[in-house]
Design a protein. Structure first.
Length: 269
């Protein structure tokens, strides 16, 4: 791949640039997985060179190889490369490790979401690292408040004034959730069920994600929700009752750990 002239008197380290090319190539492949041959084609490197670079990246924890089909994908350590580029230290320092542990416990992917107007935005995710994920790059994607487990968990935990401000923004939209937000009975029932359950849930109600089910809990600090964390699964494989029984305890532990560390960080404990 061609390189820009940096104006430096020093020669580029070819091994480093090739390794970075390889990481970028894996990152953009469909499904986040690549064969040795695909990576050689994309990067223009000899297969032996690609193999040697991959073995180095595996040894350093940035790439992992699947035992089932000998494909390659990024490993969790690549997240550490971006930790200095976070706008919120609590996400990289507290939430990301907790999501990693949650992934090890439940295998299904999870997202951290925070409010942004009438929607939630995904700030951190383990989709790329979950073998059961059906999406790739999720960070930066938006989710509706009223149709998702994370949104319902967040709204149910909001103080009345905060929740009403959000619902006003939702009603001002022109999408499905705007029409639902105008239905006071629907909103009352959804929030009442969420509080009764003790967690947010959805089972295919999100129109563009009919195959998806999820459970979620809010992250609380000083009596207000900062965001919400979900566990996402295919609803043809997991029923809501099974999700509650099998995954909710691990989600509760992850959220409790995050809340404890946030409180410690702010000197509240």
């Amino acid at each position: 791949m061609p390189r820009k002239n940096t104006g430096s008197d020093y020669a580029l380290v070819r091994g480093l640039t090739r390794g970075l090319d390889l990481l970028r190539a894996i990152n953009v492949q469909e499904g986040g997985r690549s064969s040795l041959g695909q990576l050689a084609d994309v990067t223009g490197l000899h297969r032996t060179t690609v193999r040697r670079l991959l073995e180095t990246l595996i040894a350093e924890g940035y790439v992992r190889r699947s035992d089932s089909d000998d494909s390659y994908c990024l490993a969790l350590r690549v997240r550490s490369l971006a930790e200095g580029f976070r706008d919120d230290d609590w996400i990289s320092g507290i939430v990301a490790p907790a999501l990693s542990e949650l992934l090890q416990a439940v295998v299904w992917p999870s997202d951290l979401t925070t409010p942004q107007g009438a929607h939630l935005v995904i700030r951190e995710s383990t989709h790329r690292f979950s073998p059961l994920s059906f999406h790739r790059a999720m960070v930066g994607q938006t989710m509706p408040m009223l149709l998702t487990a994370a949104g319902r968990a967040f709204l149910a935990a909001c103080p009345d004034d905060q929740r009403e401000e959000i619902l006003q923004l939702v009603r001002a939209g022109d999408d499905d959730q705007a029409r639902l937000a105008a239905d006071e009975r629907f909103v009352h029932n959804v929030l009442g069920r969420t509080r009764e359950q003790g967690y947010g849930s959805n089972d295919g109600e999100w129109t563009s994600q009919r195959k998806v089910g999820a459970i979620a809990l809010p992250i609380m600090l000083n009596g207000r929700p900062l965001g919400a964390i979900n566990i996402v699964y295919l609803n043809r494989m997991v029923t809501p009752r099974e999700a509650e029984r099998r995954y909710l305890p691990a989600l509760q532990r992850a959220v409790s750990r995050i809340e404890e560390k946030l409180a410690e960080q702010q000197g509240l404990r």
